[in-house]
Write a protein that binds this ligand. Structure first.
Ligand SMILES: CC(C)(COP(=O)(O)OP(=O)(O)OC[C@H]1O[C@@H](n2cnc3c(N)ncnc32)[C@H](O)[C@@H]1OP(=O)(O)O)[C@@H](O)C(=O)NCCC(=O)NCCS
Length: 158
């Protein structure tokens, strides 16, 4: 992978399709995010709520995204993904930095997220930003394989 720099910015309408394609590629891994294939790329592209969505971009290519779904109750639910070739290069860290600044600007008091227990890279990233483990949901997610996966609930007071 050549050394190319990424930039983080709020998502726009033009990002919908590339974002959806990246999301579908991460879903193919059947590992880090809850969604599994098949992903209806067109439908998913239209369904994204762009408010609270950030993208990491390299020369016009979307290589990462993070979404905060702000609730009416002061907390935001966070989800994120980075394209596999770009992991471990600080993209997730930069997205999280942008999201935290945005969430504070919005006046949210807390960010929450769910993560699979085996997702050590994600958990390490969240801990580094101060997220703490608040609980574990047992056999919460039924996978296409039939397996039932726990999730760890994490939270960060802003
Ligand atoms: C989780 C994810 C978003 C992180 O994005 P990223 O761009 O790789 O993140 P960064 O490069 O900024 O940082 C990754 C951190 O994880 C650490 N890490 C990576 N692999 C690790 C491992 N196997 N064990 C422990 N820590 C690990 C890195 O060391 C780095 O921390 P550091 O900077 O302190 O060294 C990315 O791995 C991803 O998209 N995974 C698939 C989708 C997913 O799991 N999304 C989250 C769902 S809850």
């Amino acid at each position: 992978m050549p050394e190319r720099n990424f930039a983080v910015r709020p998502a726009t309408d033009a990002d919908r399709l590339p974002l959806s394609r990246m999301f579908a590629a991460v879903a193919e891994e059947r590992d880090g995010i809850a969604t599994e294939p098949p992903v209806d790329v067109e439908a998913r592209a239209q369904s994204f709520d762009l408010a609270g969505t950030f993208v990491a971009e390299v020369e016009g290519e979307i290589v990462g995204t993070l979404h905060v779904e702000a609730s009416r109750f002061g907390f935001g639910e966070l989800g994120m993904a980075v394209a596999r070739p770009w992991r471990g290069r600080g993209v997730g860290t930069a997205l999280m930095g942008a999201a935290l600044a945005w969430a504070r600007e919005q006046g949210l008091h807390k960010l929450s997220l769910s993560v699979f227990p085996h997702n050590v890279a994600a958990i390490a990233l969240y801990r580094r930003f101060g997220f703490v483990e608040e609980g574990r949901r047992i056999k919460q997610f039924r996978r296409a394989s039939g397996e039932l996966w726990d999730s760890i609930e994490m939270g960060l007071l802003l």
